[in-house]
Design a protein around this ligand. Structure first.
Ligand code: KG4
Ligand code: ZN
Length: 333
């Protein structure tokens, strides 16, 4: 079964062709990062306009790469949320036009579910049940994945998401956008114990995440150093900040694995590209006999192959969307 996936929820226009939910035939990703970089973050209006300009070209490029024709496609899967409403509308409109014109089914996909499914592409042996940590620019989730399309959301974002805190701290260090990869690289050269930033675990045994206090602590430290005209070692700030985020992510994930008696942890979303996170999770996994999965880097950040995969598994369950399907910017899992 050939599924075309379309992803336009933020600043990547992406179209993929996938065979049987796990085999990538094409995954074309056109990033707008260079355009948004000069504004220090994504400008929604600009993102929508760029998606519109790119969409037809990216669809053609994906077909060319996969050496397929429109008639070979069996299903169109598209991100319907969460994301920027104008950006989502471009992808969903293109998907509806294709489904109608080719007379094939359409399926709307939750972007966060797509992130989890990126792992089915990278690891052909992976099957539910497992615990999943999904950490992106907009969300931090801990989920018990019980079946291919059955999710129990256990922990969620209280304020700033994990990726958002990387982006905000990077901005305050004058590093540019997106901050995650820049902090990741600097952290490797810094001392993670140089600053004692807070690890917010929240009340009781909560699995929710809160990173805004950590971000504020970093900003206050930087302001203090600047006021005293003291030198700021960017590498040490990056390493100490990242260590605080990772402590929380690792601790909560492993607490949940234990509580649910699960032995597989699947991480995904843009922050799962973080080398420090991958290393820490693997070290802890080896100690506690837990297998750690994460996608190859190109499938960690936004792409349409993961959307096609999620669409495939829903379609296999007999689900399908109407042509009247709406986009939902704050779509929950
Ligand atoms: O999943 P994603 O591509 O888009 C959303 O769905 O939000 O995630 C983007 C986020 C950004 O906040 C970016 O800074 C972060 O992922 N990110 C990273 C790394 N690469 C991307 N964060 C930490 N370390 C990285 N290597
Ligand atoms: Zn994403």
């Amino acid at each position: 079964m050939i599924v075309m996936g379309i992803e336009t929820s933020c600043d990547e226009t992406s179209v993929a062709l996938l065979r049987d939910g796990r085999e990538v035939l094409a995954n074309v990703i056109s990033s707008q990062i260079d355009i948004h970089k000069k504004y220090g973050g994504v400008v929604p209006e600009v993102a929508s306009r760029k998606h519109l300009e790119n969409m037809n070209h990216i669809i053609k490029a994906a077909l060319l790469e996969a050496n397929l024709k429109f008639q070979d496609i069996d299903l169109i899967a598209v991100t319907k949320g969460p994301g920027l409403v104008g950006a989502l509308l471009v992808g969903v409109s293109a998907a509806k036009a294709l489904a109608y014109g080719l007379d094939i089914p359409l399926i709307g996909v939750n972007h966060m579910e797509g992130h989890i499914c990126a792992n089915y592409i990278s690891h052909k042996d992976l099957e539910p049940p497992f615990i999943s940590l999904v950490v992106s620019g907009g969300h931090s989730y801990l989920i018990h994945v019980k079946e291919y399309t059955e999710y129990e959301l256990i922990g969620t974002t209280r304020d700033d998401a994990a990726g958002e805190s990387f982006d905000k701290v990077a901005r305050s260090l004058g590093l540019g956008y997106p901050g995650g990869p820049l902090i990741d690289a600097l952290a490797k050269k810094g001392n993670p114990k140089a600053f004692d930033f807070p690890r917010v675990m929240l009340e009781g045994n909560s699995y929710d995440f809160s990173f805004s206090g950590l971000k504020t602590a970093v900003l206050n430290t930087l302001n203090g150093l600047r006021q005293k005209n003291l030198n700021i070692c960017v590498e040490d700030v990056a390493a100490s900040f990242q260590e605080a985020v990772l402590d929380v992510l690792v601790e909560k994930s492993f607490r949940l694995l234990k509580e649910r008696k699960q032995k597989i942890l699947v991480i995904s979303g843009g922050v799962s590209a973080n080398d420090g996170l991958r290393k820490r999770m693997e070290e802890r996994g080896a100690k506690e006999d837990v297998r750690i999965y994460y996608p190859e880097k190109i499938l960690s950040t936004d792409n349409a192959a993961m959307i096609a995969s999620a669409g495939y598994f829903h379609y296999k369950k007999g689900e399908c969307s109407e042509l009247s399907m709406q986009v939902t910017s704050n779509l929950g899992l």
